[in-house]
Ligand binder design. Sequence first.
Ligand code: FES
Ligand code: FES
Length: 175
Amino acid sequence: MTETTTAGASAEAARGPTAGPGTTTITMTVNATTRHLELEPRTTLAEALRDALDLTGTKLACDRGACAACTVWLNGRPVCSCMMLAIDADGQAVTTIEGLAQGEALHPVQEAFIEHDALQCGFCTPGMVMSSAALLERNPQPDAEAVRDALAGHYCRCGTYPHVVAAVLAAAERK
Ligand code: FES
Ligand code: FES
């Protein structure tokens, strides 16, 4: 074995096992249920949720990290699911908009969005709700500026921003 080959083998060993190009098994806890998926490593988390698990509440708009419509929680923190590979969520906990309500009881943020008319077409809404609910978990009494900060990066083509801020502040009051 040449020196170059030995160095290449060492580098490969340091990188650990590789996946692909075929499918690989991924295990995630999605909305408190363990799910085993056979996916190609190139599959994004958004595609896995929507196409493999039929959780279509998570919306794909730009599919390039520019709008936050695809926001879900990864271990309780909001992430853009179009910007993450499903394989990187292996062994982790994902919460989608479908997992936010408790049975028939909507999350206070969901109720407040309805009461404050904080949506029009609704395409940005699941992502907005996920980031808003995460904000109230870490800051139960935010002011309007904190709400706007938490929703920075969420684009709403319908211009619902003032109603969204009012809804999140109302949800904080209710909590
Ligand atoms: S769809 Fe993911 S950021 Fe726009
Ligand atoms: S409600 Fe239509 S994009 Fe926000």
